[in-house]
Design a protein around this ligand. Structure first.
Ligand SMILES: C[S@@+](CC[C@H](N)C(=O)[O-])C[C@H]1O[C@@H](n2cnc3c(N)ncnc32)[C@H](O)[C@@H]1O
Length: 193
């Protein structure tokens, strides 16, 4: 990122902080949104190694962790560049879970993970950094581990990174629909080839 991009990235971070502080993302707790979290959890249970370690990039206030049963993971690390969202997530004291305020663009995982999730997050990463982030995360995926990506509607600037990467094999891909025509999510699950 050049200096101007870094400035815009910083401004975006401030915007997320303000929005979490105001409770704007409480809307993700609705019944309609629950469907996409359920699908991600179903994919984890179906495709990941037993009792996986999970890294959730752009975890927000920890809603995915909250929706999971603690028996279904051995360790959960949620990462988000908004310190306000991380504060909310940490205060929940969720079992076997830690939350870290850090930018995915710079974050160096200290361990390998069985599951890496980009839940409504990949397309927010700056265009010039998406490939770097994906490469770094792939290098921290265990053999047999999976990557799950969920994106609202079509996800421009997202799927090409997963579908066209020869190092990845798509295990499943689905569209989670609701009773509203324009409210849907695409979710893909991948492993290393
Ligand atoms: C729409 S929210 C999704 C939150 C959560 N994954 C969920 O679906 O419940 C997108 C999140 O990505 C985070 N985010 C955006 N860019 C990021 C970056 N470069 N590094 C880390 N987090 C980022 C935002 O702060 C925000 O919490």
């Amino acid at each position: 990122m050049n200096l101007l991009d870094k400035f815009h990235n910083w401004r975006r971070k401030q915007r997320w902080n303000r929005q979490y502080k105001k409770g704007r993302w409480q809307s993700l707790r609705s019944e309609k949104e629950a469907l996409r979290y359920q699908k991600i959890i179903e994919y984890i249970n179906r495709f990941s190694p037993k009792s996986p370690s999970i890294l959730d990039i752009g975890c927000g206030d920890g809603l995915l962790t909250e929706r999971m049963s603690p028996e279904d993971y051995s360790y959960f690390l949620g990462l988000d560049f908004s310190k306000e969202s991380i504060k909310i997530a940490s205060e929940k004291n969720l079992p076997k879970a830690e939350f870290l305020a850090a930018d995915a663009v710079k974050f160096q995982p200290q361990q390998d993970f069985d599951v890496i999730v980009f839940n409504e997050a990949f397309y927010y990463i700056h265009e010039t950094e998406k490939q770097n982030v994906l490469d770094r995360m792939l290098s921290k995926l265990t053999d047999g581990g999976i990557i799950i990506t969920s994106i609202y509607r079509e996800g421009h600037g997202c799927w090409e990174y997963f579908k066209e990467d020869k190092r990845l094999k798509e295990l499943d891909f689905t569209t989670v629909k609701t009773d509203e025509e324009l409210r849907y999510w695409k979710i893909g699950v991948y492993k290393k080839n």
